[in-house]
Ligand binder design. Sequence first.
Ligand code: DX5
Ligand code: ZN
Length: 205
Amino acid sequence: MKLSTSILGIKDDMKKINQIEETSTDYLHLDIMDGNFVSNKVDMYQAYNKKLDIHLMVKDIKAYVERYHTLNPEYITFHIEAIDNPKIMIDYIHSFGCKVGISLCPDTDVNTLIPCLQYVDLVLIMSVVPGSGGQAFLSNSVDKVNELYKLREENSYHYKIEVDGGLNRETIPLVSKADVLVVGSFITNSDNYEQRVEEIQRLIN
Ligand code: DX5
Ligand code: ZN
């Protein structure tokens, strides 16, 4: 299992971001918000040293992809709730050589993703309401992980399953079928990032 560290809680502190980049986390998770799809507005466009996993919580997905693909992220993920024709956007993101993730909010049913599942490289299950860090894990996400795991097995799909929000040492064991975990405040609120990252890696590997 891989660890993707959300730097939302320390986004304005370059020194702390550098410290996260020095840990053994697999990815940096960038939470981009437009003040429209969600009420917060967050822009994190700058160069990073780690592999990037970009989570777009935006309405005008195309405009953000145009800008953020230049950071050469491994994944760009957008929300199914923000778009009418996801296949066009999946192809557009792939055309830049990035892997594509599709995300769903806690109230969105897994079935809405079915037409996209054969095309995407990642499914990001939101286990909190998108918009801010530090919220409590919503337990209906456990069923979604298991459902997406089963759908992948039955249909030989290739997507990775990512869970995002409220993950800590108590909630991580609930999502053991996932492939990538996004952890934000449990890492960025600790006073020793590397120690916390290693604790999580022991839990997931
Ligand atoms: C919420 C973001 C998450 C979140 C993770 O909108 O997508 O990435 O900030 O932070 P924690 O782990 O604090 O829930
Ligand atoms: Zn996120």
